[in-house]
Ligand binder design. Structure first.
Ligand code: HEM
Length: 139
């Protein structure tokens, strides 16, 4: 049975999100990720110290999620299934760092919306990578 809560749209009607704040969120978040002992190497072994293509893609992604611009064309499930060293517990670390960064970059109402999307997408990616019909994401 699907999680009904997860199917409700995120209530966003009154909240304005500044695209420049999305740029800052992406830049600050991946600066933190880069120096994280567990998550940093997952990226640095792939991007050979050139973060720009990933940052540019993630700005398109987050503008598409938060501002509905439709600029991002890609497949996050496929990208994450290809990360052989990804562990189930990595998602909670990712989310905690995301929430910390979004509260620095956005006013509280916008941060709450960004966090809700991040958690939903993280759950969906976790299910793709680690789920079985009997498991729920541990976050
Ligand atoms: C467990 C934590 C996570 C790790 C370690 C991780 C790692 C990665 C890596 C290594 C890439 C490929 C980067 C590259 O090749 O340049 C990637 C791509 C991406 N990630 Fe994650 N990720 C995580 C969670 C998430 C979450 C929760 C989201 C969304 C809320 C997300 C969104 C994306 C997107 C949109 C891409 C680009 C996919 C494409 O190529 O179109 N990631 N991630």
């Amino acid at each position: 049975m699907a999680d009904i809560q997860a199917l409700k749209p995120v209530a966003q009607t009154e909240v304005q999100i500044d695209p420049r704040a999305i740029d800052r969120l992406v830049e600050d978040f991946y600066t933190k990720i880069a120096s994280h002992p567990r998550l940093g190497p997952i990226f640095t072994t792939r991007n050979h110290n050139n973060w720009q293509p990933h940052l540019a893609k993630m700005k398109l992604f987050w503008r598409s999620v938060l501002l509905k611009t439709g600029e991002y064309k890609g497949s996050p499930p496929k990208a994450h299934l290809e990360i052989g060293e990804l562990q189930s517990t990595d998602f909670a670390i990712w989310l905690e760092m995301f929430e910390e960064t979004s509260s620095d970059c956005f006013p509280p109402d916008a941060a709450q919306i960004a966090n809700e999307y991040a958690r939903r997408i993280a759950r969906s990616l976790w299910l793709t990578c680690f789920g079985t019909p009997f498991d729920k994401p541990p976050f």
